[in-house]
Ligand binder design. Structure first.
Ligand code: NAD
Length: 366
């Protein structure tokens, strides 16, 4: 089943929503004293504990928060499955203003809720969560990752994410151009934040012709000065003549408006949920002859880094070695998609679901 933004729980049936998306368990956490309201969604634990970050957001409604938790946790199941990790998918959302509500007691109370699940859910950083928050959660539970390297954690995952994205880009180039060399290829990187910035470093080493865009003038200047990348406008990026479009900023940039404008042979970037509608836009790209490297596979360096931490004795070299496997997995997916005549997104989801099903049977065997 494709991950579809449009799939939302209906007005009156929470269990209907859980059944449709295939969730195992959803936990509502409430604490009067600290004002904590959180939802922990455990999508699937066939491959291992449900690992996924905690996001804090001022949601417009509780329903919106629940939908986010359900959608994101399911995405984590597929991401870990396709990457070959022994992890299931989960996600937590905390409802409220992260700039005013996050006290020590608030975070530790959340940690107690995580602990009450006895390791079935393992948390990590996500939007509006910082390493310090993970430290506070860690005072109440050992089921937390994303701790600083000084505490045995994996630290900033972005360099590993960038490396995995780079591997996915090279594998896709191999399929599309017959060689994985990016030398001389015109690559447009949208967003030179934590991941985009490191990605540009790899591209610079390969002598790619790099184009960059960002909201931040400061980041653009800094990345352009070290890489020689050319700066283009935020909207202009969709129209330039390029070989590779690398979305590393926002989701949903592959949509009805942009796909028709893109003049590239392939898309490979780190942003989450790049396809506005997975089914429709996955096939629109296929019809246009643009090869799409599934985002949830090639940006999996972050979860790989956290997985390394989860296994214990965090070792960054091992995380990089695991991220390198993204190259082979990506090439397999592109080949399978071609053989089956389906979109690469659909092929990736099929592969993830097959692994969950196969390993599920192994686990049940004597
Ligand atoms: P970031 O916030 O450090 O960088 C994003 C950059 O995009 C910022 O510099 C921002 O100014 C820029 N930006 C925002 N809107 C833009 C627009 N309209 N046009 C151009 N630039 C714009 O985030 P990041 O950690 O580098 O993550 C980038 C993407 O990769 C996100 O979608 C994130 O969810 C995804 N991702 C990140 C990781 C990770 O390890 N950091 C892991 C998996 C996925």
């Amino acid at each position: 089943m494709q991950i579809n933004e449009m799939e939302r729980i209906s007005e009156d049936s929470v269990f209907g929503g859980l059944a449709k998306l295939g969730h195992e368990q959803v936990v509502f956490c409430h604490d009067e004293a600290t004002g904590l309201k959180a939802i922990i969604a455990i999508h699937n634990t066939v491959l291992g504990p449900a690992l996924g970050g905690t996001r804090m957001w001022n949601y417009a409604s509780e329903k919106e928060a629940l939908n986010d938790a359900l959608r994101l946790s399911r995405g984590m199941t597929y991401k870990s499955a396709i990457t070959g990790l022994n992890l299931g998918g989960g996600k937590a959302v905390i409802i409220g203003d992260a700039s005013t509500m996050k006290t020590e007691a608030f975070m530790r109370r959340f940690g107690k809720f995580v602990n009450s699940l006895n390791g079935k859910y393992v948390t990590a950083e996500d939007v509006n969560m910082k390493t310090r928050d993970m430290e506070l959660i860690g005072m109440e539970t050992k089921h937390v990752t994303g701790l600083p390297q000084s505490m045995g954690g994996g630290g900033d995952p972005s360099p590993v994410t960038a490396y995995g994205t780079y591997m996915g880009m090279k594998a896709t180039a191999k399929k599309v151009f017959g060689s994985d060399s990016l030398t001389g290829k015109k690559v447009a990187v949208q967003g030179v934040g934590q991941v985009g910035m490191y990605l540009v470093e790899y591209l610079t080493k390969e002598n790619a012709e790099i184009y960059i865009t960002d909201i931040s003038e400061e980041k653009l200047k800094s990345v352009a000065s070290t890489s020689g990348a050319k700066i283009v406008g935020m909207d202009e990026i969709y129209d330039i003549d390029m070989d590779i479009y690398a979305p590393c900023a926002l989701g949903a940039t592959l949509n009805d408006d942009t796909i028709g404008r893109l003049k590239c042979a392939m898309v490979a970037g780190a942003a989450n949920n790049q396809l506005a509608d997975e089914q429709k836009h996955g096939y629109l790209l296929l019809d246009k002859g643009i090869t799409y490297a599934p985002d949830f596979l090639i940006n999996a360096g972050g979860i790989i880094n956290v997985y390394e931490e989860f296994l214990g004795n965090y070792n960054r070299d091992r995380a990089y070695a695991m991220a390198e496997n993204i190259y082979d997995t990506c090439l397999n997916i592109l080949n399978e998609a071609e053989t089956d005549g389906i979109s690469t997104q659909e092929a990736a989801i099929k592969m993830a679901e097959k692994r969950i099903s196969d390993i599920g049977k192994v686990k049940l065997s004597l």
